[in-house]
Ligand binder design. Structure first.
Ligand SMILES: [Zn+2]
Length: 684
């Protein structure tokens, strides 16, 4: 381990990237270096900020706004590698450091946001903004920067600033603990089964469970784990009601098991601090503070979307439940449908209604071919091509590196993908950047990555995906395209730096191309015979797309409504879980459906601040994506070139360089309605 003072940022492998294609040289990275390098990079950034704030020259866009945006490059570099490792390949050392780094970074960001001399220079530019002859993107960056300072407390008095900094720091460390507690509960719980316990389970699931048991040193047994790739199919197929109940209960109790990993106190404290923060900054509620910077803008417009959808979803779920109850009775069960029965009987209902079993699709959804499909669609829409670069070390041997090329053959940047689950990886799927793309200064080309949690296939067999997993792959790749196609000047508006209720548009929209018949016909090939998915199966699958929408919409919307309920109050509930129960009761939540994310493991909302008062935005974006894809449908060509170019220019390439409403209008020519979303979900 090197000491902080001895770190030479100009040459250290964490901050000076000398790997192939400008990547970090991961083979030279020593986990013991993260701490000292963070320390040195923070100091270097502080010195740059001091120089900008103390500049004797009058503020200009160059010496203030641009200097600020370009400062902190070593910190960006070490952070991007560190957070990648913390999510995708962690260990005890990184986890320990995470608890240290998160509050340090929060303190650092607060110190910048509350630097009075720096804000005075931004404020001066802001007040003269109409006379500076700025282009629209620069003007927007200046306005957003100014607003960011104000929302971070730049206008507070000394005491208020101090309190806000303390709140931010505590929130950051609470967020880190929350995520770690969920991970600990997920790792802790495993149910080892024997051959005789596997009634109803399809082969792919038995294989994945055998692999999971072997990875835990119990070769020959079968492990039910709380990874969604195992938990969801297990509760969908297992004929053993007692085992489904055990798995379901463990899943919904993640973070809610008492003891050291219980998230109850973490949530209560988080909500109290968020309410206090909103009050300090002059907002009625934390939701009002968070929504100020979004496309929706107010809690009222969020409820305006969610309530009508909730009523339609409940009605649909009630219809479905009657069907499930009838099926259960037919199978000789007198029990009322419970949470652990829903997916199981829903799978049977799907088979009855569509003579079709999700598992029949899997042999046609080979991971490799679904990746090809993702790339192929990006080629047809945007002219991109992807060339795999073998043998380049990354953070784990499973990671694959692709060079991304434009239509004219020029290099656009890099795409890295890490597809398989492992114990060192957080659950879920996500996109992030090791480096973002922008033109300011010397410019920078995007290095974007996707993380997935697919189950590995047995040796010699291809990994096969469920339809949902294939959709997830397209989803995260849509985010990746938003990062890769970015074509802006300023780093702070590059790629996915857009409001939360707009950021899911590029990803959710991209999912639509997975089920375009031309794409499936070409890429959904049986892994043994190479035959395309039969037309009948394809048609059944397309007809079945809205199946289960009542359940899915209820579990999602319940989570979104509880999130808004927590954050649109002026104060915080003392007993969050009692408040959750009370909110659900008032909403008349169906007893047999659980929230998609209950409070104690609602990572979007509590493992950091990203989607607090913002879980609704997935649905908001769905309104946008359904309406946007309808634009292609209206032309009768899913790859309409003129429309694809408008889409690239105004959505995928534009980042946050313009107001999201203006971007959408420029693409579509009109504002969206919820009609296409409700129709897509089969809720009309
Ligand atoms: Zn997403």
């Amino acid at each position: 381990m090197t000491s902080e003072t001895a770190v030479a940022l100009e040459t250290h492998p964490l901050t000076h990237w000398t790997g192939a294609h400008g990547l970090p040289d991961f083979s030279r990275i020593d986990d013991g270096d993260f701490g000292p390098v963070f320390g040195a990079a923070l100091k270097a950034h502080e010195a740059e900020i001091d120089a900008i704030a103390g500049d004797p020259d009058a503020p200009t866009v160059d010496n203030t706004l641009a200097a600020l945006e370009l400062a902190g490059e070593p910190l960006d570099r070490v952070s991007s590698i560190f957070w990648c490792r913390a999510g995708a390949h962690t260990n005890d050392a990184i986890q320990a450091l995470e608890r240290e780094v998160a509050p340090k970074m929060a303190r650092h960001a607060s110190a910048i946001a509350m630097n009075a001399a720096l804000f005075a220079r931004i404020d001066d530019l802001y007040n003269r903004r109409d006379t500076l002859g700025l282009d629209p993107e620069t003007l927007r960056v200046l306005e957003r920067t100014w607003k960011g300072f104000v929302r971070s407390g730049a206008k507070l008095d000394a005491e208020g600033k101090k309190r806000l900094a303390a709140i931010n720091e505590e929130l950051a460390s609470l967020g880190a603990s929350f995520g770690q507690n969920v991970l600990a509960d997920e790792k802790e719980w495993v149910l080892f089964l024997e051959e005789g316990d596997l009634d109803g389970l399809p082969a792919f699931l038995r294989d994945a469970m055998a692999q999971a048991a072997e990875a835990r040193g119990r070769k020959g047994l079968y492990a039910v784990t709380l990874s969604r790739s195992i938990y969801e199919p297990f509760t969908s197929y297992s004929a053993r009601r007692d085992l489904r109940e055990q798995a379901w209960k463990a899943f919904i109790r993640r973070g809610d098991n008492g003891g050291a990993t219980d998230n109850g106190p973490v949530v209560a404290r988080t909500l109290a601090l968020r309410a206090e923060k909103a009050k300090l900054l002059g907002y009625d509620s934390y939701a009002a503070l968070k929504l100020d910077d979004t496309m929706a803008k107010t809690p009222a417009s969020v409820y305006g979307l969610l309530y009508p959808v909730w009523q339609k979803a409940r009605a649909k779920a009630a219809e479905d439940q009657a069907d499930l109850q009838r099926l259960a009775a037919g199978a000789g069960s007198n029990d009322t449908i419970a949470g652990w029965d829903w997916r199981y009987y829903q799978e049977k209902l799907r088979a009855e209604k569509f003579a079709f079993d999700e598992a029949e699709l899997k042999p046609y959804l080979q991971l490799e071919r679904v990746i090809d499909a993702c790339f192929d669609v990006a080629g047809r829409l945007f002219g991109l091509s992807f060339v795999e670069q073998k043998g380049i070390p990354a953070w784990h041997p499973d990671v694959r590196v692709f060079q991304v090329r434009r239509r004219d053959g020029s290099d656009l940047g890099l795409f890295l993908a890490d597809y398989f689950a492992r114990p060192s990886k957080r659950s879920g799927a996500w996109m992030s950047a090791l480096q973002s793309g922008y033109k300011l200064g010397e410019g920078s080309s995007p290095v974007i990555y996707n993380i997935m949690n697919f189950a590995k296939a047995p040796a010699g067999e291809p990994a096969l995906l469920s339809l949902d997993e294939a959709k997830t792959l397209f989803h995260e790749f849509g985010h990746a395209l938003h990062g890769m196609l970015t074509d802006v000047t300023w780093p702070s508006v590059a790629g996915t730096s857009v409001s939360r209720d707009f950021v899911e548009l590029p990803s959710q929209l991209y999912e639509h191309w997975l089920t375009v018949p031309a794409v499936l016909e070409k890429h959904a090939l049986h892994y043994k015979t190479g035959e395309p998915m039969p037309k009948t199966l394809l048609d059944k699958m397309l007809a079945a797309k809205t199946f289960g929408a009542g359940f899915a919409t209820v579990e999602f919307t319940a989570s979104a409504l509880v999130d808004m309920a927590y954050h649109s109050r002026p104060d915080a509930p003392a007993e969050p879980l009692a408040f959750e129960a009370d909110t659900l009761e008032k909403l008349e939540m169906p007893a047999a459906i659980a929230m998609r994310h209950r409070t104690p493991h609602f990572q979007h909302v509590f493992a950091g601040d990203g989607y607090s008062a913002g879980y609704y935005s997935y649905m908001w974006s769905e309104v946008l994506d359904a309406d946007a894809f309808a634009a292609f449908d209206e032309t009768g060509d899913s790859f309409n070139p003129a429309l694809a170019e408008k889409l690239r220019k105004n959505i995928y390439a534009a980042g946050g360089s313009k107001d999201p409403e203006a971007l959408y209008l420029a693409f579509r020519g009109k504002m969206p309605t919820a009609d296409a979303m409700l129709a897509k979900r089969g809720l009309v």
